[in-house]
Design a protein around this ligand. Structure first.
Ligand SMILES: Nc1nc2c(c(=O)[nH]1)N[C@H]1C(S)=C(S)[C@@H](COP(=O)(O)O)O[C@H]1N2
Ligand SMILES: [Mo]
Length: 331
């Protein structure tokens, strides 16, 4: 449902499903752009309720049309990052450590046939083909902020469905407390698997309640198309309130456990990368501050650093998951 609000004489559509904070941030940014005369360019890529499921397809890969998002807070009113930036500025160490490497090298990734094995502490372990996974629930388009620990951020229209849909199907046992995501590690198709930067495969993990949160997206596409290889085809995770590295790409195994999984970055540098990795402007990385960020695509002459928001702006939705926890200790 659309509600029209008037702000300084500017009439602006706000979805009732958008959090007041993100709507406000979007409006403020838009006012700034309008004042700067960049309205035309800004409006073209603007995330609005109407834009949902109609994201301009870049048109190179197979279409993956998602319906409108049904999850509160899953759409931010901010300019969507250009597809070109989102698909050429990547972290995917299996294909090299430079941001430009994955787009150059990931064409060797073989995404079909693809299966995802779900096992561990569940009543119904199963091996899903990608096709089975795609059919499991309706796809939605969600426009999420993504904040990398290195200080950059993007706004990306992802396509997928809540991870909880899959979790409900496999029925976790009472003692399941965590979910481990294990990604593809094939030295024949991934040239840097075997390099010593990380312990392969790249593993990530969430607490079961985090994995069950409706914002946690099992992701198959972006910008209305299937994922490009460099963004984690054919299936990846997107957890918008956590630093980018929690979003495991090219997932092949999902395991339910009673112990906190050892994750790739936590193994590599435990004092820098904790298990939680919630976006938190008040907890510095040991080597740099996390208080501000640079939005990719906004690095022009007048671009200012943005203030990083607690839980990446998703505090209203996810803050409760961490009630009573010391977030300085549990970084
Ligand atoms: N398998 C795997 N998944 C990964 C990574 C990786 O190196 N390997 N990098 C992570 C990091 S650090 C970030 S910031 C995001 C980047 O996702 P994007 O390239 O789609 O923006 O993917 C995450 N998932
Ligand atoms: Mo990252």
């Amino acid at each position: 449902m659309l509600i029209r609000t008037r702000d300084n004489g500017f009439i602006h559509p706000v979805s009732s499903e958008i959090t007041p904070r993100s709507a406000y941030a979007g409006r403020r940014e838009m006012m700034k752009l309008l004042a700067g005369g960049a309205a035309g360019a800004a409006l073209a890529g603007w995330a609005s309720r109407e834009a949902l499921a109609q994201t301009q397809r870049p048109g190179k890969l197979a279409a993956l049309a998602g319906g409108k998002s049904s999850v509160a807070g899953a759409v931010v009113m901010e300019k969507v990052t250009d597809y070109k930036d989102a698909s050429t500025y990547n972290n995917f160490y299996e294909f090299g450590t430079d941001k430009a490497d994955p787009a150059k090298n990931a064409h060797t990734l073989k995404t079909s046939p693809w299966t995802v094995e779900v096992d561990g502490l569940v009543k119904k372990p199963a091996r899903y083909t990608l096709e089975d996974l795609l059919k499991l629930s309706a796809q939605e388009e969600r426009i999420y902020r993504m904040r990398c620990v290195e200080g950059w951020s993007m706004v990306i229209p992802w396509v997928g469905y809540s991870m909880s849909e899959l979790i409900k199907k496999v029925e976790p046992l009472g003692n399941a407390k965590y979910v481990e995501f294990i990604t593809q590690a094939d030295p024949r198709t991934m040239p840097f698997v075997g390099s010593r930067v990380l312990d392969w495969p790249y593993v990530e993990g969430l607490r079961l309640d985090e994995a069950m949160h409706p914002l946690t997206l099992l992701t198959f596409g972006m910008y209305g198309e299937v994922l490009p290889n460099q963004n984690g085809a054919p299936v990846r995770l997107v957890v918008p309130w956590k630093y980018g590295f929690k979003n495991g790409k090219s997932i092949v195994k999902i395991r339910f456990t009673d112990k906190e999984p050892r994750t790739a970055w936590n193994k590599a540098a435990p004092q820098e990368y904790g298990f939680y990795s919630n976006v938190n402007p008040n907890v510095d990385h040991p080597r740099w501050s996390q208080a501000s960020e640079r939005r990719i695509g906004e690095d022009g002459l007048f671009a200012k650093k943005r203030k990083t928001l607690m839980f990446n702006g998703y505090e209203a939705q996810v803050g409760q998951l961490y009630a009573g926890m010391d977030l300085k200790k549990n970084y």
